[in-house]
Design a protein around this ligand. Structure first.
Ligand code: ADP
Length: 428
């Protein structure tokens, strides 16, 4: 039985989906997971506990484990383990992104450097120490974007329009980067910040697979909500894109070029880009697939199958790919598909939600998952790192899918109460 080594940030939905896909394929899965991040406990025998914050020890532990068992393929989901997975793949001779490419993809400054060196469009950018005196740099061409170098999910990313906003944003980013959970990552990149020009335009997310250096586009997602700041919360993803064919071709070419410039070679990639009249700006290319539950928005059919079977999940496609199958024999299923990542509207304690049944009953809606836990403290962006939940819809027409997602969202009513800190500051 073939064995795939799967590096995963948490043991949530996506690891279960991989488990199901592995069972269907008759593949053995061995998880390598940071036990500090375990939220629930679906541990199977043979899971390899590692610390994502200690790359050398984690790599050594996996290489050691590989002396006793053979791994035929490797995969990583989530942002933090991608570099460790790449280092392990290099040591074990498994096809994957090179470690140097995974490092560059996970570092917004290195990403800008590599794209610029390849002659690809990038906004102007400058890197500063976290402790920079904002007054010393207040004469920037505004608007611009202040961001951490190595966080993801838009955490800490803020648009600023003048010197005063710049000062406030830097102070806010400092507080975030010095918070215990981020310090715990022990990443020196968290001591620096990036400031870059704001790129106007529509935003798209791209899912793809690199096949030994060749980019294969799996899906372009439109992000129909304007993302003009000051914070950049993801909400709706829709595919197929409603963009003109020429634009879609330009997006695919830009992402393929950016992946090549970063050196990404084999395995999943997830990119974000902005398009306007001067071209397509790739903001980032992550060396991993679309995150967690959102992957459910993608299913694949075998190309030119004589008898079409059931579509397969992204996780199954990734396992097949990790074991040497080319992604070119698969294509995204025909129906339009969309997901809404339900944004956290304000800080507070989550007490509950009503209307799930109604939301679920909305035409075209296929699932509503509330992932916020009762009594959880909810933090919106730019500090937060989660959503209230996810709504999925499928249909013949992508505009109807978008409408269904919005209608279902309106049927949900969330109770969010002020937390202690808010009450204290309200009372002086
Ligand atoms: P992350 O890895 O945290 O997602 P990104 O650098 O991709 O960080 O930024 C997150 C979001 O912030 C982007 O998807 C985009 O909406 C917005 N953003 C980031 N940089 C820029 C920029 N230079 N111009 C306009 N919007 C930006």
């Amino acid at each position: 039985m073939a064995t795939v080594l799967l590096f995963a940030t948490t043991t949530g939905y996506q690891t279960r989906a991989f488990g199901e896909a592995a069972e269907r394929l008759g593949v053995e899965l061995v998880f390598a997971t940071d036990r500090c991040n375990v939220l629930e406990d679906p541990w199977r025998d043979g899971a390899l506990p590692i610390r994502f914050s200690d790359e050398a020890a984690a790599t050594a532990a996996i290489v050691d484990a590989a002396k006793a068992r053979r791994f035929d393929g490797v995969l990583a989901v989530g942002d933090r383990p991608t570099v460790i997975a790449a280092g392990v793949a290099e040591r074990l001779g498994l096809a994957w992104h090179p470690r140097s490419a995974a490092v560059a993809a996970g570092n917004k400054r290195l990403t800008r450097d590599r794209l610029q060196a390849a002659g690809l469009p990038v906004p102007w950018f400058v890197e500063h120490p976290l402790m920079i005196d904002p007054d010393s740099i207040a004469r920037l061409p505004f608007p611009c974007v202040v961001k951490p170098i190595a966080l993801s999910g838009s955490r800490g990313v803020m648009r600023v329009n003048d010197g005063q906003e710049l000062r406030a944003a830097i102070a806010r980013l400092r507080t975030l980067l010095e918070s215990p959970d981020i310090r715990g990552e022990r990443n020196p990149a968290h001591q620096r910040i990036l400031i870059e020009g704001f790129i106007a335009g529509r935003e798209y997310a791209i899912e793809g697979l690199m096949n030994h250096g060749t980019f294969d586009l799996l899906a372009i997602f439109d992000k129909p909500d304007p993302l003009d700041g000051p914070f950049f919360e993801e909400s709706i993803y829709l595919t197929p894109s409603r963009g003109a064919r020429a634009l879609q071709r330009a997006i695919a070419a830009a992402v393929g070029d950016a992946a090549a410039a970063l050196g990404l070679r084999h395995g999943p990639i997830h990119a974000e880009c902005r398009a306007h009249e001067h071209g397509v700006f790739v903001l980032e290319v992550a060396a991993r697939p679309i995150g967690g539950l959102c992957a459910r928005a993608l299913r694949f059919d075998r190309r030119q199958a004589a008898r079409p079977g059931d579509p397969i999940a992204l996780e199954e496609l990734l396992l097949r790919h990790a074991l040497g199958e080319s992604s070119l024999s698969w294509t995204r299923e025909v129906p339009a598909s969309g997901v809404m990542m339900i944004p956290i509207p304000r800080r507070g304690v989550f007490r509950g939600v009503t209307g799930i049944e109604d939301a679920n009953a909305t035409a075209l809606v296929t699932a509503v998952h509330i992932t916020a836990k009762p009594d959880q403290l909810l933090l919106p962006l730019p500090e937060g790192a989660s959503y209230l939940g996810f709504i999925f819809a499928r249909g013949d027409d992508v505009t109807d899918v978008e409408r269904a997602l919005r209608a279902a969202h309106q049927r949900l009513a969330f109770t969010i109460e002020a937390d202690l800190q808010m009450l204290q500051s309200a009372h002086g």
